[in-house]
Design a protein around this ligand. Sequence first.
Ligand SMILES: Cc1cc2nc3c(=O)[nH]c(=O)nc-3n(C[C@H](O)[C@H](O)[C@H](O)COP(=O)(O)OP(=O)(O)OC[C@H]3O[C@@H](n4cnc5c(N)ncnc54)[C@H](O)[C@@H]3O)c2cc1C
Length: 514
Amino acid sequence: MGVRRLRAPAITVVNVSAPVAEYFDVLIVGAGLSGVGAAAHLQNECPTKTFAIVEARAASGGTWDLFRYPGIRSDSDMYTMAYAFKPWTNEQSFGDGDSIRNYIRDTARDRGIDDKIRYHSRVRRAAWSSAEARWTVEIERADTGITEYLACRFLFGNTGYYRYDAGYTPEFAGRDSFGGRIVHPQHWPEDLDCTDKKVVVIGSGATAVTLVPALADQVGHVTMVQRSPSYIASLPNTDPIGAVLRRRLSAKNAGRALRIKNMLFAWLIFQVSRHAPQFMKGLLLKGVAAQLPDDYDIGTHFTPRYLPWDQRLCFAPEGDLFTAIREGKASVVTGQIDSFVPSGLRLQSGEVLEADVIVTATGLTMQMLGGMALEVDGRPIDVGRAVTYKSLMLCGVPNLAFIFGYTNSSWTLKSDLADRYVCRLLNYMDAHGYAACTPVEPDPALPTAPYLDLTAGYVQRAAGLFPLQGAEAPWRVRHNYPVDYLMYRYGHVDDGVAFSRRVPDRAVSPSVAV
Ligand SMILES: Cc1cc2nc3c(=O)[nH]c(=O)nc-3n(C[C@H](O)[C@H](O)[C@H](O)COP(=O)(O)OP(=O)(O)OC[C@H]3O[C@@H](n4cnc5c(N)ncnc54)[C@H](O)[C@@H]3O)c2cc1C
């Protein structure tokens, strides 16, 4: 398949001549883990740059403020999920929702990033003008209902990868007939009390694997219903090497050392999964078998149809899911759902699972760049047809970067590297008097591929929303920390990019208040 050219979708254009309230060198969109990290890097590495963060919600923290279901926690270790510049100092490897949210907010408060965040500000559209070498960004204010316009030289999307307003729920026949409550983990009701209730959780991904043992302690019984199983690995919540390191080093240095160790460990597991998948499969299934009774049907309930890391691996800290199953507080049912019925749900096998509460842990609705519409010199950009450059910019789109973290290890390992790269690029442009940088398209004779190479349903559903990747560097997406480390930290910043010089002052609109 050749490179698909950008094709214009039908969108409303930004009013580029609207009065602009303020101008910034960099406008960061999103005040989650990535946006706060990006701001910290900018402060450190580009101290003269003016910037602001626009955030759609009324609070910072992103994912770690939105998700409030019981047991919400990281499923990667926090030593690698923490920022490189602020090591994780807790003894627990997995962070709960509160501690991750506090970690992000502490970072923002301690560095004065808080003052730069403009809440209730959703970016709807952004338009690049080559004549003025700037973006005009249209923002809808949820608090005042007013549409305002900001301008910036560089637009930096830190918007995560899914919609906040609606999680993904497949169509279930008979849904309205169910007499109990249906809940999506993305919008967990504060008033929901599951004590002594029969709860059925639909799903087999990280959220279901987290929720089931957390609920099992409160409720009568939890049943996890899955169409097909995922790989689940048990890991200790307190790293034994961490305990040794903490006796010899400061908490911060121990955190730094554990970050390197765990990054290498995750990298190794991924490489072995890719190069010796049957070996890894055997290892993972052995780990499951060791935690369940001898007569447990692991073949049906814990043996996926795919190979390790064709989809994300799930982690159970201290094997909590298996403990709940062993103790009879939780059970797993594998089969197709036929329909919801008044008392619960019916499987295609005819079995009816009684429930007071049904939790649809069925996934996220993916979204790129926070749903922003983009245009370049009046030409609408279809992000799903654009080819990504170094996995953080788009070919043909000037002065724009986005953060998409690793899917095969901690998100932040990549976002930290990508932030450093963006700062290097901005400093390079300053040093050479460049106003704009536009990644160029790869050779159209070479094939392109989807941005993400996972087979999970949520990734497949997103095909067409995320950009494409090219066949070779710098257009290829690697998902490989050591390779990315070299590219982002030490690689050329001028390969595959067209730079243009600073625009004359008279070309800049008088409405721009610098
Ligand atoms: C339940 C769950 C568990 C996860 N666990 C892990 C884990 O263990 N390890 C891991 O590495 N990753 C995990 N992830 C991935 C996770 O998304 C990242 O860890 C991290 O939170 C991403 O941070 P972010 O700031 O890029 O995105 P988000 O946390 O999604 O934050 C994006 C922010 O941008 C704002 N925004 C979006 N669009 C706009 C717009 N148009 N205008 C203005 N603001 C906008 C949002 O309101 C939000 O505040 C998990 C994800 C989920 C959903």
